[in-house]
Design a protein around this ligand. Structure first.
Ligand code: MV4
Length: 448
């Protein structure tokens, strides 16, 4: 096992990794930018090293600075958290070439799955259902029009190098397909230096369901069941839960088994997530793999009792998974609310600044993952997540009641947060009945 790890991230996930290391008896070195200097969570690391000025490109995204810190601190491994360099195959390769283990998947699996068209091909080979669409990349407009007519409108133009909703265009007829192709190519070329695109049938009002997987370096792969993640706004998730409500057990099992087949086909190890769309008839389609620990991983930790970050570290150190598929169970109902420093009444505008009062909820069944304390200053430079409020209860109605209670206890002053919106979501009849899809937030809070 490692004796010393560097966490190449900030905020709540840096703290989450620090805690996992200490639970394993491992020393942990934090890095920080000038914007995070003096943040309270840094004091919980065994050592903290400044890696540069506030802009992420000069600090948390700067590979030479992070590798230098790792060399100076003499660590054996780097945990990338989520975002920043977590899905950067080049960074994973650099770490390993410096004899520092990257706590994540092998770089070749990251590269292959990072290309959504390649991931789609791999899924087809593994007999995992994908959305009906083009057989590979689109070469020219005439071919695209023929394909779209064969698939049937509406279709979705997707950037192969995209993901997380970036570089997508809906086309409902030949004309919008032609203009959409041009725009999508240009956008993808600009954003990812790769203008290649492909087509899929556009699934209207799908649910977004993802499967957590863990694989070790000895070829064992297990799933840790699903998370329902449909409640999102502009591709920013707001609420996640497990089990997914209104998902028949046979469909759930089929999705989880498909996820295992896919990551096995990719030669993947460590933690990962397979994302699926589920339509109104409960047909499911693979869309992409997230090759990292995700923000919402604690939802799965609560229902399975498995510490995913601890397992990530063990796997990276070469240990085999300590459980079989049959030993993993989904117990009770867990729900997470993302608390962002944003103003839901002002188009979710970021609301950085000093937290003058932070009075968190607690009590039975409540978990709060946060790096915030009273007096903490939320810097304006990074994403606005300040806390993840989770509940775990025997049933979904009890989990909803517990979340409403926890949200009512939670007092934050000095910054605006998404707490008031969550209080409304948890009163909404359709949400309470589990009738959700990816359009739920925009349909019910149109001005948000
Ligand atoms: C889709 C889709 C409908 N049909 N693909 C958005 C993020 C990226 N992971 C894939 N996304 C979608 N792909 C087809 N063929 C709808 C979405 C989508 C979505 C997916 C998951 C969660 C939220 C979403 C919000 C809007 C669109």
């Amino acid at each position: 096992m490692f004796q010393r790890i560097l966490v190449a991230n900030r905020g709540e996930i840096a703290l989450r990794v620090i805690r996992a290391c200490h639970d394993l008896g491992i020393e942990v070195v934090a890095v920080f930018s000038e914007a995070d200097r003096g943040a309270p969570y840094l004091a919980l690391a065994d050592e903290a090293i400044c890696i540069g000025p506030p802009p992420a490109t000069d600090s948390y995204l700067n590979i030479p600075r992070i590798i230098s810190a790792a060399e100076i601190a003499n660590v054996q491994a780097i945990h990338p958290g989520y975002g920043f360099l977590s899905e950067n195959a080049h960074f994973a390769e650099i770490c390993r070439s410096c004899n520092i283990e990257f706590i994540g998947p092998p770089q070749d699996a990251m590269r292959r799955l990072g290309n959504k068209n390649e991931a789609r091909k791999l899924a087809q080979q593994a007999k995992v259902p994908v959305v009906p669409g083009s057989e590979g990349l689109i070469d020219n407009e005439a071919e695209a029009v023929r394909l779209a007519q064969a698939i049937g409108y509406p279709v979705l133009i997707k950037a192969a190098a995209g993901g997380g909703g970036r570089g997508m265009r809906v086309a409902r007829n030949d004309i919008s397909l032609r203009t959409g192709l041009q725009a999508a190519r240009q956008e993808a070329e600009k954003a990812f230096k790769d203008g290649s695109v492909y087509l899929e049938k556009y699934i209207e009002q799908p649910r977004h369901i993802e499967v957590q997987i863990l694989g070790d370096r000895h070829g064992n792969v297990v799933h840790l069941f699903e998370r329902e993640c449909s409640l999102q706004r502009r591709h920013q998730k707001l609420v996640e839960e497990s089990p997914a409500p209104n998902l028949p057990a046979d469909v759930r099992d089929a999705i989880c088994q498909a996820a295992v087949r896919l990551v096995k086909a990719a030669g993947y190890y460590n933690a990962g997530t397979c994302e699926f769309l589920v339509d109104a008839e409960n047909r499911f389609y693979f869309i992409e793999v997230n090759a990292r620990i995700q923000v919402e991983h604690p939802v799965t930790e609560l229902v399975t009792g498995i510490d995913l970050v601890r397992q990530q570290i063990r796997i990276a150190a070469g240990e085999p998974l300590p459980f079989s598929q049959e030993q993993i169970t989904q117990r009770g109902s867990a729900i997470e609310c993302r608390i962002n420093a944003e103003d839901p009444a002002a188009d979710f505008r970021p609301s950085p600044g000093t937290v003058t009062r932070w009075q968190p909820p607690g009590g039975p069944g409540v978990r709060l993952d946060t790096h915030v304390v009273t007096g903490y200053r939320v810097p304006p430079n990074y994403d606005s997540l300040v806390a993840k409020l989770l509940v775990h209860q025997p049933t979904r109605p009890e989990a909803i009641a517990c979340m409403r209670r926890a949200l009512s206890e939670f007092i934050v002053e000095g910054i605006k947060t998404t707490i008031p919106l969550h209080r409304e979501i948890f009163k909404h009849t359709a949400f309470i009945e589990g009738r959700v899809d990816t359009t739920f937030i925009e349909r019910n809070w149109p001005r948000s």
